[in-house]
Structures are given as C-alpha cells and as structure tokens.
Design a protein. Structure first.
Length: 254
C-alpha cells in the first residue's frame, strides 16, 4: 500500500449564481460550510482540511471557528482552478476537492477515494465517486451524469441524461439501463494540478460548466468508483430546505 499524504481543500465561492451566499446559509445554527468542514475532518485518512475562498466574509467566518483558510483570486473559474492558485501553500501527495455546497457529504466516501489511490498500481491521476440513479433524477440538470468504461474509467460527464435510450419512452429509461450520477468530489495527484495551466481551454467544460471535462478533453483519465452514499449538492432553495429538514430530523434523534 502506498503511503500518500492526503488533504482536503474546500473551494468556497460566495457569489453563486443559482443560490447566492449559499455556503454561509444557516443549517441548524451553523453555516453550510461549517458542516462540510466538520464532515471532512471525520474522514480517517485525511491529514488536514483547508478552505479556499475569494470572500473576506467567508474567510472571517472560517477563522472564527479556527479553520484554515486561504484567500484566492476572484477570477478563478472553477473550484479546481481555485485550488491550483494556492498549490504552493499545500503540502500533500493527494488533494481532495470537496465542494462547499455538500453539507451531507459522507466521510466514508472520502476515505474510500483515498484508499483507491493507496492500493491501485499504477496510482490514478484522478479519482471520483459515482452512484446509481434510480428515478427521474436522470433528467435533473443539477445532477451530473457519468458514462463509464468497463474498467471504471470515465468516458464523459454531462448534465444531460446519458446514455440516450433509443426506441424507449423517456419515462421508462431508468428501467432499461443503469444511469450513474456523480458525487461532486475529486481526488487529484499533486503533479497533475501542477501541470493544470498547460492544459488547453476546454469548450466542453465551458458548455457544460463541468470542470472535470478540461481533464478529459486534455486526454487525462478519471477513475470512478461506485458508492452507496449519494450526497445532496445544494444548488437551489429547494435543496437547502431538504438539507435543513434532514439535519432537523437527525438532531431530533439525538
């Protein structure tokens, strides 16, 4: 087993277009970002958790609870680009990008992702989780779909339902073929992020607004693994209401 120092970096952008200020939205008495941070700390294989933001308001909030936060340029176009901009401050072999809008992220997913890096030979450049979609979520553009090779490597990611099932009514698609959704966390080998700016700009990334497509279009491989632990990404007010309700339900059980 390879011994690889792994850290989590949570990119936290305040100016979200679909739900502004969502990373600071209150959930059960704490900002959403605090919940993401705490869950990442629960992963047993993670050495450190950092936050990267272009917002002084976010930075001050993180400092109040004693978190490690780095300021980044507001012109960063994606979470990965935000991490690359502070790479010289990060000492790690593997860097896991956990989005700041996943307050229900399961720590076991992070540990499984790191375990794959430790046990695969050769070591993958990128690892990311997938889960089986079992309902009409295949038509939800906020849920990213993955097409996978037989060996688990990704062929493509899209907000559109993939695959297209010919000769079958769309309402029956999920009954005829498996659809895989993407849990929005990525593990990167450090050397790949060091060469990030050498990759050509990706028209696919720009069209779908999916940062992983820059790597695929540049010819890099992304290994996926199936997890039973789906995580809600908070993209809309409805998502936020669902997460708040889940925390209230969990708190009531204590």
């Amino acid at each position: 087993m390879n011994h690889l120092k792994t850290i989590v970096v949570i990119p936290a952008r305040l100016a979200s277009s679909r739900l502004p200020h969502k990373v600071l939205a209150d959930i059960n008495g704490h900002p959403m970002l605090w919940h993401v941070y705490q869950r990442c700390l629960q992963a047993k294989k993670v050495a450190e958790v950092h936050i990267a933001t272009d917002s002084e308001e976010v930075a001050q909030t993180v400092r109040k609870w004693g978190g490690t936060v780095w300021m980044t340029d507001s012109n960063c176009m994606s979470g990965t680009e935000r991490i690359v901009s502070i790479l010289d401050k990060l000492e790690a072999d593997i860097i896991v990008n956990v989005q700041g809008d996943q307050p229900l992220i399961e720590p076991k997913i992070i540990d499984t992702l790191i375990h794959i890096f430790e046990t695969n030979n050769p070591i993958p450049d990128i690892v990311t989780p997938a889960y089986l979609i079992e309902n009409d979520d295949i038509f939800n553009p906020n849920i990213v779909k993955i097409i996978r090779r037989h060996d688990g490597y990704a062929l493509y990611f899209s907000r559109h339902p993939l695959p297209y099932v010919r000769d079958i009514k769309p309402e029956n698609w999920s009954q005829t073929t498996p659809f895989f959704g993407h849990v929005g966390i990525y593990g990167y080998r450090r050397h790949l992020l060091e060469s990030y700016h050498s990759f050509p700009k990706s028209p696919l990334e720009e069209s779908e607004k999916l940062e992983q497509l820059r790597f695929l279009q540049a010819g890099k491989s992304i290994l996926t693994f199936i997890t039973p632990h789906n995580s809600i990404s908070v993209d809309t007010q409805l998502d936020l209401d669902k997460v708040r309700a889940q925390y209230q339900e969990d708190y009531a059980r204590i």
